[in-house]
Design a binder for this molecule. Structure first.
Ligand code: SF4
Length: 142
């Protein structure tokens, strides 16, 4: 069993403590009349809370401007079987049509799902009806 005296002799803790205290006294001599102890901490004022009501409102993303409506009879629309009502899709020409597909749930429809019409990327920004469909339909996920 090691005694306390043996421990101090083996580790030199007492010597280090003495040197450390003397060294510290040389670095920071205490002046007569000077306050002893750590420097006073200046209190920091808490940040003022930002009331939620005064926060500026974030403007809603403006909807894409609607171009002229695509006509079912124009060549590009005929080529892809565009119809204003998805229930009238030509199933013989476009067997890829599945019930429930419509412009409103197509990735290329650039309006909110609740919009009645919006620009379509396939038709270079010209508008299609939300109820429409064409063979370029790509189901929107999420
Ligand atoms: Fe409708 Fe999509 Fe075809 Fe555009 S690409 S007409 S949004 S189904």
């Amino acid at each position: 069993m090691t005694t306390r005296r043996q421990f101090v002799r083996l580790t030199g803790v007492a010597g280090l403590a003495a040197v450390g205290a003397r060294g510290f006294a040389q670095v920071a001599p205490v002046q007569p009349g000077a306050p002893v102890g750590p420097a006073p901490v200046t209190p920091v004022a808490p940040a003022a809370p930002v009331p939620a009501a005064s926060a500026p409102a974030v403007p809603a993303t403006p909807a894409a401007p609607a171009g002229p409506l695509v006509s079912e009879s124009e060549p590009q629309a005929v080529a892809v079987g565009y119809v204003n009502d998805a229930q009238h899709a030509d199933l013989r020409r476009f067997p890829s049509y599945h019930p429930g597909q419509r412009c409103a749930n197509c990735r290329l429809f650039q309006g909110a799902p609740a919009a009645t019409q919006a620009p379509c990327a396939f038709f270079n920004g010209r508008s299609v009806l939300a109820s429409g469909w064409c063979s370029a339909h790509q189901l929107r996920i999420g």
